[in-house]
Ligand binder design. Sequence first.
Ligand SMILES: NC(=O)c1ccc[n+]([C@@H]2O[C@H](COP(=O)([O-])OP(=O)(O)OC[C@H]3O[C@@H](n4cnc5c(N)ncnc54)[C@H](OP(=O)(O)O)[C@@H]3O)[C@@H](O)[C@H]2O)c1
Length: 303
Amino acid sequence: MRGAAAPGTISSSGNMVHMTFGRYGLGLWRFTHESVEVADQLIHSAVDCGISLLDNAAVYGGNWGGRGFGAAEELLGAVLKRSPALRAKVCVATKGGITPGIPYDQSPATLRRECEDSLRRLGIDRIDLYQVHRPDLFAHPRETAETLMALRREGKIDRVGVSNFTPAQHQALAAHLNVPIETTQPEYSAAALNPLRDGTFDLCMRDGVTPLAWSPLAGGRLVTGENIRPELLAVIDELAATHGSTREQVAYAFVLSHPAKPVVLLGTQKPERLQAAISSPLQSLSRSELYRIVAASEGRPLP
Ligand SMILES: NC(=O)c1ccc[n+]([C@@H]2O[C@H](COP(=O)([O-])OP(=O)(O)OC[C@H]3O[C@@H](n4cnc5c(N)ncnc54)[C@H](OP(=O)(O)O)[C@@H]3O)[C@@H](O)[C@H]2O)c1
């Protein structure tokens, strides 16, 4: 199937109004560019490809040569200031709830302060999708939900999402919220299969939650082959040869093929690689191809 990313539109299903995020989003974990011009070029390239979801986090900028906590939000804020017309074309997603050194703090005062700091760094009035980055194991979900609902009432956030939550943690938070959890963000790739069996995708399909698959290339390792089972690489290479495509296109197609309709969070910071992903002729794999990848990834045949 050939398909470009749909723009971030809002569609109605029953009584609930869900946001659709397209098939690909741009991840900003590695958004540590020195110059605003280069950063601006990347965001424009993404939008030109039909990508609207920009996945940031308060903590991004702390790795990959960045200037530290908050730097990726500041850089996106600088891009939006430089190119104000972009604001209406993108879905600004960010995350809070990680406090380096603690490491997780979703107590009401901290989560609220983090969200307000993100708004200031991004230079926007409202965050389109606010995600709890990693669960605070010592936060009561009722308190987290109350904070998120208050931020929403105040117009500071629109949609709510979670990231790295177990299905039980997800449901505990959902039980206290008066709005749906729209997204969940698990690691998912041909090299990281947990959402297939840990209940994450089942929950998504039951409740209409959109999974945002992080590290779809296992951080690039599915291309370089580093620390990847040789049998998995061999299957990927064989499928790439069969389809006349590349390792990364097979890896993206693997993610896209799940019926929970995961969004591929592209981590590349190269416009030409964004373009190659979106315009790939290979946007899904057959069942037998998917099961070959699963078996090779797990290193044992399926029963
Ligand atoms: N919620 C969480 O806890 C969490 C954790 C991790 C990530 N994430 C999200 O997921 C996003 C994606 O994660 P990721 O950056 O690890 O994604 P990825 O797509 O798995 O890896 C991207 C890396 O692979 C490299 N790469 C090497 N060859 C490539 C090729 N042929 N095509 C494309 N990329 C190639 C890229 O380098 P170049 O830039 O040079 O192309 C980049 O360094 C993040 O930005 C973030 O939004 C979330």
